[in-house]
Design a protein around this ligand. Sequence first.
Ligand code: NDP
Length: 239
Amino acid sequence: MSRSVLVTGGNRGLGLAMARALAGAGDKVAITYRSGEPPQELVELGCLPVKCDITEPEQVEQAFKEVEDAHGRVEVLVANAGINRDTLLLRMSEEDFSAVLETNLMGTFRVVKRASKGMLRARTGRIVLISSVVGLAGSAGQANYAASKAALVGFGRSLSRELGSRGITCNVVAPGFIDTDMTRELTDEQRKVIMEKIPAARYGEPEEVAATVRFLASEEAAYITGAVIPVDGGLGMGH
Ligand code: NDP
């Protein structure tokens, strides 16, 4: 069955891999992109790109209207868009902290709230939130980012309690270090230190996160909700 899927931040990195995987499974996929042009590859796959900055409530509303007009109400939401502004606490400005919370937590709240309206009416739906291993384990120099990603766990688990009886699942995926623009910013020294802690002894591929998201979005995953699924090569074991 072809469902209406929305992936935020689907123009690159993990979101692009998720859009590919879900479109490949036969779903009608829409992605949000904030800057630049949407990838031609997705247009060729039949995906619908909608421009949207998730920190702007009017843009979120407009994006949902465009998706609903083209594909019907959103049945699967993947709240993936996120940013980091890494620095040590004493150097971290109010702006560094609030910008990360505003995108990663508030932006996720906005899209989830909007998607849940249609899901509640239909009494079915799939919500997947993209957190991070550092939300559970913490990370020096990432207090803002880790706080925002930890918050998604409490947010998602509350939603699974609130929406579970209506056939809606809400799960959290916690990727480890995946090879995307976000992790390419790390220095060689940082990469070396991180690599030593990963039992799988390698970075993950975006497709490995996408496969987990595709499963959580599937019919087969109907009895999984409120879960936090690590895709981290063992990095976060014990959390
Ligand atoms: P990228 O930096 O490669 O991509 C981030 C995506 O989010 C882009 O599409 C970007 O759009 C979008 N985005 C950022 N801010 C906004 C906004 N205000 N409104 C709309 N879209 C926005 O990151 P990744 O693909 O690596 O990460 C995707 C998600 O996975 C993030 O939530 C990240 O925190 C999480 N994650 C990543 C890990 C990794 O190792 N890569 C590990 C754990 C979690 P634009 O192109 O316009 O900037």
